[in-house]
Each structure stands twice: as structure tokens, then as C-alpha cells.
Design a protein around this ligand. Structure first.
Ligand SMILES: [Zn+2]
Length: 106
């Protein structure tokens, strides 16, 4: 699987539409390509964040399994991007506090 193919498959992975053989090629590419790994991580985190906001989503077993696979991969491979997302969230929080302080002062 090359990078173009990988990128096209990212939505399939996030939406749990990927069959096992593709998933295997997909994970193999994650292990050998840093750029695609980061791209997948960002898209997956954004998607998961939106799901958390919506709540009330019924989880079926297949989704749980896929999430466990994704969770394992994130723990092993996605640590750096998690740090990046954490930094962005901290910056947003800091901007929010600054805006609140300004609002109180004005
Ligand atoms: Zn790649």
C-alpha cells in the first residue's frame, strides 16, 4: 500500500468499513510511514472527539473491537501526536482564559 492509497483508506478505517486484509496492509503502512501515521492520528482524534460530543451513541461489538485495535495502535505509535493535540488544547484553554479576563476588565 502506498501513501495515496493509505490516505484514501483513512475514512474507511475511521468509519469501521475496512476489511481485515486491508486493515493489515493499513497497519503495516502505519508502521513504516510517519506522515501517514500522523495524518490518520489527527483525523481519528477529530472524529472521536465529535463522537464524544454527540454522546448517546450505541456501541456495537465490532466498533468496540475496532476501537481497541485503534487504541493499541495509538498507545504504541501515536504518542507524539497526542502530545501535539494536548498542546493545541492547552493553547485554546489559555486563549479562553485570556478572553474571559479581558471581558471582565472591559
Ligand atoms: Zn505513507
Amino acid at each position: 500500500m502506498d501513501c495515496k492509497e493509505f490516505e484514501k483508506k483513512i475514512p474507511d478505517f475511521i468509519e469501521k468499513k475496512m476489511d481485515f486484509l486491508t486493515l493489515r496492509e493499513f497497519s503495516a503502512h502505519i508502521d513504516e510511514c510517519q506522515n501517514c501515521k500522523e495524518e490518520l492520528e489527527i483525523q481519528f482524534l477529530v472524529n472521536e472527539g465529535m463522537q464524544r460530543l454527540e454522546e448517546g451513541n450505541a456501541f456495537d461489538l465490532k466498533r468496540e473491537l475496532d476501537q481497541r485495535i485503534a487504541e493499541a495502535k495509538r498507545k504504541m505509535h501515536f504518542h507524539n501526536s497526542f502530545l501535539k493535540v494536548g498542546m493545541i488544547l492547552e493553547l485554546l484553554a489559555a486563549a479562553g482564559i485570556a478572553a474571559a479576563v479581558l471581558w471582565l476588565l472591559l
